[in-house]
Design a binder for this molecule. Sequence first.
Ligand code: HEM
Length: 513
Amino acid sequence: MTTITRDEVAKHNSEDSLWIVIDSKVYDLTDFVDAHPGGESVLRQVAGQEATEAFYNLHRQEVLQKYESLCIGTIANEAPQIIVPKPGDLSKIPYGEPTWLSPQFKSPYYNASHRALQSALRVFVDEEVYPVAQECEKTGQHIPQSLIDRMAENGVLRMRLGPGKHLHGQKNLIGGIKGEEFDYFHDLIVSQEMTRANARGFADGNMAGMTIGLTAVLNFANDEAWKQKISEEVFSGKKKICLAITEAFAGSDVAGLRTTAVKTPDGKHYIINGTKKWITNGVWCDYFVTGVKTDKGLSVVLIERQEGVETTPIKTSYSPTAGTSYITFDNVKVPVGNLLGVENKGIQVILSNFNHERWTMVCGGIRMSRLVTEECLKWANQRLVFGKKLTDQPVIRQKLAKMIAHTEANQAWLENITYQMTLMPYAQQSIHLAGPIGLLKMQATRAAHEIADDAVQIFGGRALTQSGMGRTIEMFQRTYKFDAILGGAEEVLGDLGVRQALKSMETGPKSML
Ligand code: HEM
């Protein structure tokens, strides 16, 4: 690149020729002045001058990457000081990564295979998911088929379902992972790395319906060939699936569902009537794993999109890219073979399916809290207020301390529970871990509540602005509640954890009294 002296830059100090220096690089802004979102006058004030501090006080690094074409050279005998992260890089900010990814720390949980997956996924997310996520979050467009196809090719779709036979013998799994060795720590890595696409509506728009819906098919289908057919269609990205449990009549109280499934006189079909609300991805799905009332209890059936199935988008406080929908079923005919689990015992299917969903939400939620904490650390360290850095104020350091402590404590509990999951069959997890997972989800979203609150105070008006420096904080404070409601409300899950504990006290050894 051309080298330019500072004396030369100084000559270009008017609107007719306006150059500035940012981090030892020279930018010719002559043709950009009119289009600058921050106005012309601010650029005139720094024309021909050093503008690094002024720039970084107001813009994110990615602005420079976007406008790279304005750079015309570098200052002679100077080297840029600011490290621009490359796709795949780990964060250099303290607490920007969990301890197992910080070179100075060790962890007993992660092996070479986990590390290989993490580093390959980091590149994939940075290069292929992040740009799509940002665009979809903004426009509200649904996930493009091209990204679904890429995730089908490299096995990410399969991985999102957690460990199991659906991964065994699979070639081309990202990071060169062997399907047989994929465990819940791999699963955790997938969730946490995907969250780094940093777009909450898109995080759900990116096949969340599959992650929470197809598990019920894999674990409870009554016919092996049918299970293979459905799951292969979904894993190849050809068909989309979602979980349809909640209704306007019943949210976390699943026993109150009113959608009915009545058997035809020949016993070969169910006729389904009812409605579902807040169904993630429902707008564009082909299959609906649906909670219904049968004659003596609840059941779960897979409904294929057909006549009588209508889906309409619901406008929520996160991006329409999530495909949140209201669904109506009017006399929909479904073969009895589409029953998942045992008729009238669907509550077991629903409850056990919830565990993986809730755990996945916890993984993502904690990673999002970490991203917000990292943003706050970076901003507080660079922002000058009343002539001092924000980090010079003890009140700001207290807020950062709470954020870091919440995030680290929650990650540690998550890893502990994940370790227990690696040692337990799925059915055992329902018995022993439903309570702890519920409590952890409650804990993670209570922490998110506090982190969002403190982050907004640190970022001020920028936390209320959808573009620019504070956009991650704006998104977080607008959307963290999704994790406190979806998959079971905070209070219901806390209560579940305590009730499970009390139950074991009733049935356990009396010596504990
Ligand atoms: C290569 C040089 C520059 C480029 C490409 C650029 C681009 C932008 C962009 C895209 C925005 C919209 C907000 C965002 O996305 O962050 C913005 C806002 C702004 N810019 Fe620049 N800018 C440059 C240099 C500067 C400099 C040197 C100053 C000040 C001396 C400045 C002052 C501002 C201000 C005051 C805003 C509004 C910030 C806000 O709303 O918080 N810009 N700029």
